[in-house]
Design a protein around this ligand. Structure first.
Ligand SMILES: CC1=C(CCC(=O)O)c2cc3nc(cc4[nH]c(cc5[nH]c(cc1n2)c(C)c5CCC(=O)O)c(CCC(=O)O)c4C)C(CCC(=O)O)=C3C
Ligand SMILES: [Fe+2]
Length: 338
């Protein structure tokens, strides 16, 4: 099969204070997130002048991948401009007939995988005679992803003689995690993949002990989300006498708002109040290994490169035109109407 382009599909983020509220409305439409939570998150964005780092980081990463590919790269988002619908219309106008899609999330689950399929469906429905879109697979266990984090944890831990590594990923509702993966796998594909990636990094570093925790929970308080929260966990480690923490944002590919606010601001401040040493490992985005990783995922389709992976999980997520991996895989949760 031959391909004419790569579509870089991401989350999107506001680029100025007036974008913040409409962006948040896009993200949470129909999802039962209480307005108080939106007010709070709006403040996080306004703290940074209403500009999320995510779009600039994606453009940087695209510039690093471009020289490694023979394909033009197009950039489109789920929640903010450039919106994927507009990007796909441009691809069509440029004569693209079949494209690969790189979703900027390493994991399975509804928010990290299936929702990007829904974006593909929506974009294709908006563009008459739309290009065929083949989504690249999940890469949480790709050796370049693991090596990149292993290197960044090692560098972050440099100042400390003794430290505890805490891996963190975006929390999701427990019900969403339960529904993650094909039903016959028993669910929890998202949290199990996060745990597996953490285990692989810990093993590359021969860490005797580490923890996997969650961050940035949203939704109404009465709905259970994956726990413990990273800040609560840092407090618990302090109570146990841990002097220094190295936080590794294993769930994120770049330093977007959840990383620069929830970790570099909230978690760091709490650690400082407790008198603990705190370091945060870099995300893969700025690392040449990340560009290489994207090129290898593309090469699996264009040059028959073998799929390099370190876990026994299937290399899922690769589907045509927004189809789910298998029927009922990562079904969206039924959400309370608001
Ligand atoms: C698993 C997961 C990832 C990782 C996979 C991936 O990377 O895709 C991720 C990434 C991101 N999430 C982001 C931003 C937000 N997520 C929200 C809300 C939510 N996230 C959820 C899950 C995830 N989210 C869920 C279950 C919700 C509840 C609402 C719903 O069910 O959909 C909200 C609403 C306000 C709030 O926080 O409540 C915002 C603003 C940004 C951009 C940050 C920037 O601007 O730099 C990024 C990369
Ligand atoms: Fe999110």
């Amino acid at each position: 099969m031959s391909y004419d382009a790569l579509l870089w599909l991401s989350f999107g983020g506001p680029e100025g204070p007036e974008d913040v509220r409409p962006f948040l409305e896009n993200v949470t439409r129909g999802r039962g997130v209480p307005p108080e939570r939106l007010d709070e998150v709006e403040q996080h964005y306004l703290h940074f002048g209403g500009v999320s780092p995510i779009n600039a980081l994606n453009r940087q990463a695209i510039a690093a991948v471009e020289p490694l590919l023979d394909l033009p790269i197009y950039f489109g988002n789920r929640n903010w401009h450039p919106m994927v619908e507009d990007t796909l219309a441009r691809m069509k106008a440029d004569g693209v007939r079949r494209a690969l899609v790189f979703p900027t999330s390493a994991y399975g689950g509804y928010s990290a995988c299936r929702q990007y399929d829904e974006d593909i469906l929506r974009a294709r429905a908006a563009v008459p005679d739309a290009p065929e879109l083949v989504k690249l697979r999940q890469f949480f266990d790709h050796p370049l992803f693991i090596d990149s984090f292993a290197e960044s944890v090692r560098a972050a831990a440099e100042p400390f003689d003794e430290y505890r590594v805490v891996f963190t990923a975006h929390s999701v509702p427990v019900s969403a995690d339960k529904a993650a993966g094909p039903p016959e796998e028993g669910g929890h594909r998202y949290s199990r993949q996060v745990e597996e990636a953490s285990r692989l990094v810990a093993s590359a570093l021969s860490l005797p002990e580490y923890d996997v925790v969650w961050q940035s929970r949203s939704g109404p308080p009465q709905i259970p989300w994956l726990e413990p929260d990273v800040v609560d966990h840092i407090e618990a480690l302090h109570d146990k006498g841990v002097a220094n923490v190295v936080v590794c944002p294993i769930g994120f590919v770049s330093d977007h708002l959840e990383v620069v606010w929830d970790l570099d601001t909230e978690a760091r401040d709490r650690a400082a109040e407790l008198g603990m040493g705190f370091a945060r490992a870099a995300t893969p985005n700025g690392d040449p290994r990340f560009a290489q990783l994207v090129a290898e995922l593309v090469g699996e389709h264009t040059s028959d490169l073998p799929a390099r992976k370190l876990s026994a999980f299937p290399a899922a997520g690769c589907t045509l035109n927004g189809a789910p991996c298998v029927p009922l895989c990562c079904e969206p949760a039924k959400r309370p109407a608001r």
